[in-house]
Design a protein around this ligand. Sequence first.
Ligand code: NZQ
Ligand code: ZN
Length: 392
Amino acid sequence: MFDFNYFTPTKVVFGKNTESRVAELIREFGGSKVLIHYGGGSVVRSGLLKRVTDTLDEAGIAYVTLGGAVPNPHLGLVYEGIELCKKENVDFLLAVGGGSAIDSAKAIGYGVVNEGDVWDLYDYKKQATGCLPLGVILTIAATGSEMSDSSVITKEEGLVKRGYSSNYSRPRFAIMNPELTMTLPDYQTACGCTDIMMHTMERYFTNGGNMEITDALAEGLLRTVKENALILCEDPGNYDARAEVMWAGSLAHNGLTGCGNDGGDWMTHKLEHELGGLYDVAHGAGLAAIWGSWARYVYKDCLPRFKKFALNVMEVEDYGTDEEIALSGIEAMEDFYRKIKMPTNLRELGVNATDEDLVLMAKKCAIGVGGEMGSAKVLNEEDMLAIYRASM
Ligand code: NZQ
Ligand code: ZN
């Protein structure tokens, strides 16, 4: 077991109609002039944005709005948001939407507080010294950004997608009403469930410092999301299933399922970020498309964990050699992806990459991780290329 810090300062307000408490929460955390940041318009169409602005009007809290955060959010809009906040003396950010709106808001928050180009944080050139306080009204259960310390931004020039993490950006509050996720297309619900599971799996497939309590939490979370993702395929309006998945999304990425571990593997995410940057695919779908190839490439170097996953999460039969059980677990996970209509390779993802493209992604990925990375197995550029090739 490794030593760890567990820091989750986000106040969670969970349940039906909780968005009606937004003004009270902004006040509680000291906001007096708010930037409401959102995505491509789902919150306008659902009427949520109007309900939020009506609530702030009634409470006498001043605000400006900025929409347009796209999936794989762009640096250009972040710069626009920073300018707007400075011009309007904004002291609090409210992200209304999913991971993209939240991450874009976090980047804006960094840009307002830290001198110089905010991209320097994402380009490993400097560290943040603060971030504007941020609150969230979540509309999709997926990234866990509502409690996480991370923000992932794409720089349009060169299509470079990078993450930056610091505790400064952890949201002050997260309003989570599972009903708000009921307008999601089925594809986005499945992408979200995939991402939630992957945040726990990245921390689970490690070669260091595992704890029984952490494993039990992780395995329970994975089984719960698996079951409820299948329920939502048949019955997207099922409130309880929406609620299970939504809370799992936060717990999967607030650090809980990594306590005592060595920090996790994270290579599936790093490999996916190149796909997201270059082909603009949905993050969860990209993860599903790459995971099987990654798993088959590394499982022999992390066999006890793959066996445990097969037995305790995928609930395969305890029969055969450890390698056979591990492989059955990987196959069972891919079967699950097929059931929720997620891709299991790049072609199914709709990416017809040339070998040159794969070489480029492996190169960018290796640069992004500083040469090599991984815990289940440490991967270098050559390994990354082999996984991309296997996933075609
Ligand atoms: O943009 P709008 O119009 O709102 O539509 C969104 C978008 O098209 C739509 N949507 C969201 N809630 C909806 C809805 N449509 C109907 N009804 C609703 N209630 O769904 C689409 C996806 O939204 P997005 O915010 O992009 O999804 P997600 O939450 O999956 O965020 C993905 C981004 O987060 C990054 C990903 O790489 C990607 O850029 N990640 C952030 C992390 C973090 N900050 O901790 C960790 C993750 O590993 C991930 O990398
Ligand atoms: Zn993710």
